[in-house]
Design a protein around this ligand. Structure first.
Ligand SMILES: Nc1ncnc2c1ncn2[C@@H]1O[C@H](COP(=O)(O)OP(=O)(O)O)[C@@H](O)[C@H]1O
Ligand SMILES: [Mg+2]
Length: 287
């Protein structure tokens, strides 16, 4: 009996030892695995942060290259825009040199010089608006008044066959912004609309309050913008006009962006072009 008891006891002890061993092995394997996984994670984290640094470097390089190419393009465009009127003025001066006895030729040549000078002047004004936009003076602007003054200004220079229509809601629409700059945006767009219709037509200036902001639309029945030009028209100096500066839309784009808004262009299904401006009402703009 004693022997039987001892044998039983020894078996229990063996079982216990075996269990301890098994638990030890399993725990060892598990902790080994965890260590491995932690190592892997650390390596992945290091790789990720290296990739992140490289990405950041690349991003900075791309930004710099983009800036440089924008400056290059601007300079090339500017050189081209200045060279043309300069060549005209130079040519006119030469003619003046020899036109002593012919007063009518003299007069015509002087008028060319004047015209080219005023073109250069316009270019410079536009360029300064673009390159050194002044800080906006934030005020509550009544859109209806801005539209009235724009229509008034453009009517003087637009051809006779052009009719302007203003569509605004009955309640007063107000936007927090710089009155002069907002007028300039609408003026540039309305002038373009009028210039796109040398034979005459209608221009609609519409403003309305949307759920989350103010929509302004300027729509014409003009020649329209060819599909391939749609992504160039906001570039400085892009113009299809003989006397254009190509700065009107880039100035407009800059001002609208500075006001937290967006400007979009679309071709009308029938005829002409529509520019859509949107100013979100995130700053509690409405009085
Ligand atoms: N309403 C429009 N209809 C047709 N073409 C337009 C219109 N607005 C702009 N464009 C095109 O975009 C070009 C750039 O316009 P803008 O920047 O105002 O310069 P500019 O009027 O001096 O040419 C214009 O030359 C013209 O080709
Ligand atoms: Mg223009």
């Amino acid at each position: 009996m004693m022997w039987g008891h001892e044998q039983h006891y020894a078996m229990e002890q063996y079982a216990e030892i075996f269990m301890f061993l098994a638990v030890g092995i399993v725990t060892g394997v598990l902790s080994d695995r965890e260590r491995k996984r932690r190592n892997e994670l650390q390596i992945t984290a290091r790789k990720l942060s290296q990739v992140y640094r490289e990405l950041q470097d690349t991003f900075e390089q791309v930004k710099r290259a983009h800036r440089l190419s924008a400056i290059g393009q601007l300079a090339a465009g500017l050189a081209h825009e200045i060279r043309n009127p300069l060549a005209s003025i130079d040519g006119a001066a030469e003619v003046l040199d020899e036109a002593d006895e012919r007063p009518e030729l003299r007069k015509e040549t002087v008028s060319i010089i004047r015209k080219e000078c005023s073109r250069l002047n316009r270019l410079l004004t536009g360029l300064l608006d673009f390159a050194r936009p002044r800080r906006p003076e934030w005020r509550e602007v009544e859109l209806c008044r801005v539209m009235d003054s724009v229509i008034d200004l453009v009517s003087h220079s637009a051809g006779k066959g052009i009719r302007f229509h203003k569509e605004t809601p009955r309640e007063i629409l107000r936007l927090v912004g710089d009155q002069e700059q907002l007028t300039q945006v609408m003026l540039n767009l309305t002038l373009n609309a009028a210039q796109a219709m040398p034979e005459g037509g209608d221009v609609w200036l519409t403003a309305r309050q949307d759920e989350d902001g103010i929509m302004i639309q300027i729509k014409d029945q003009g020649a329209g913008i060819p599909e391939e030009n749609l992504d160039k028209i906001f570039d400085p100096f892009f113009t299809t006009k003989d006397t254009g500066t190509g700065l009107g839309l880039s100035v407009a784009h800059q001002i609208v962006t500075q006001h937290g808004g967006t400007i979009m262009v679309s071709r009308n299904p029938d005829k002409g072009t529509t520019f859509n401006l949107f100013f979100p009402q995130s700053r509690g703009d409405l009085a």
